[in-house]
Design a protein around this ligand. Structure first.
Ligand code: 6PG
Length: 312
């Protein structure tokens, strides 16, 4: 029997839901539509490559690497990301009376498009949202390179988040000044309990970080080989020689990212498949990629489209 046959898939599903080593880690397999080759990594760390007949497969990885969702299309990924975000919004709005969300720049904002459509545009309690940037380019807010402008044009201008709950950088300052100013703002919000605090790490604990990843494995403005990836004291730091333009940026540091209650890594496109494979598959790299350092106190969930997962 071919391991790619329908029968094998059904048997595998049974195996995964009955076999004790896999049971705690494999959460769901959905079985309509298209095929995607995805690895299933069980508790005993043996990787089982198989063709899952599905438009969406979800599986858990080895400890610390999170839950992985693979979608046949970027569109399906965006639908699931909207639900994930809306569910967490409901949970934190009820539990804390606030939902602190951190966004990156790049294609992530486009991937959030389903959140500003029915049913979420009406069902989400936007008044509870507090929006931050994991990194920001130090340019005027109306500049084409501004992550604030990107998020405002396609997302923030469409939803009724109170203006005072949107925490953009002070674009009149230098990169260093803007980083200090942003850190002061976050410290104040921790002090008044608007942002949660991790007793374990001593860093702010955001409810959800929505992160993109570059083809080189960078996240936020934390680039491979740059000393900033090692920063372990500051909450917000700055970079003036970013390899991805524009050069001047501010960024949350790893201790802040890794204190989060939830991190979603949202990755679409075949040009990112190598970096994804280094983190989740058999890929090798001479140095640790920043994305490999993402290991939050809370939940890590990967949202991958078929291209991004194509080397797994
Ligand atoms: O402002 C930025 O440049 C970012 O926040 C950066 O970390 C981005 O998220 C990745 O480079 C992925 O960008 P894409 O999704 O556009 O590839």
């Amino acid at each position: 029997m071919s391991i790619y046959s329908r029968t094998f898939t059904a048997n595998l599903r049974t195996l995964l839901t009955r076999s004790p080593p896999c049971l705690p880690l494999i959460s769901q397999l959905f079985l309509p539509k298209t095929s995607a080759r995805v690895p299933l990594i069980c508790a005993n760390s043996k990787k089982l490559n198989c063709r899952v007949k599905s438009s969406m497969a979800e599986f858990a990885t080895e400890k610390g690497k999170g839950k992985v969702r693979v979608f046949g299309t970027e569109e399906a990924m965006a639908v699931s990301l909207a639900k994930h975000t809306a569910d967490l919004s409901d949970k934190f709005a009820k539990e804390r009376g606030a939902f602190t969300v951190v966004v990156s720049g790049g294609s992530l904002i486009k991937s959030l498009r389903k959140l500003v459509e029915a049913p979420y545009i009406d069902s989400v309690d936007w008044s509870k949202w507090h929006v931050f940037w994991v990194d920001e380019r130090v340019v005027p807010k109306d500049h084409e390179d501004s992550n604030y402008k990107l998020a405002y044009d396609d997302f923030l201008s469409v939803v009724p988040i109170p203006t005072g709950n949107v925490y953009a950088i002070n674009d009149a300052l230098s990169a260093e000044g803007a980083a200090d100013d942003y850190e002061t703002c976050v410290k104040h919000l921790v002090k008044i309990n608007k942002i949660d605090f991790s007793q374990a790490s001593g860093f702010p604990k955001f409810d959800l970080m929505l992160l993109g990843m570059g083809p080189d494995g960078h996240i936020a403005s934390l680039f491979p080989g740059h000393p900033l990836v090692q920063e372990n004291k500051q909450w917000v730091s700055f970079i003036e020689n970013s390899p991805k333009p524009p050069p001047r940026r501010i960024t949350f540091t790893f201790p802040v990212i890794n204190s989060s209650a939830n991190v979603a890594l949202v990755v679409a496109g075949a040009e990112k498949a190598d970096a994804v494979n280094v983190v989740l598959g058999d890929g090798q790299n001479s140095e640790l990629l920043p994305v490999q350092m993402v290991s939050p106190e809370g939940e890590l969930t990967w949202f991958l489209d078929r291209g991004a997962a194509s080397k797994l």
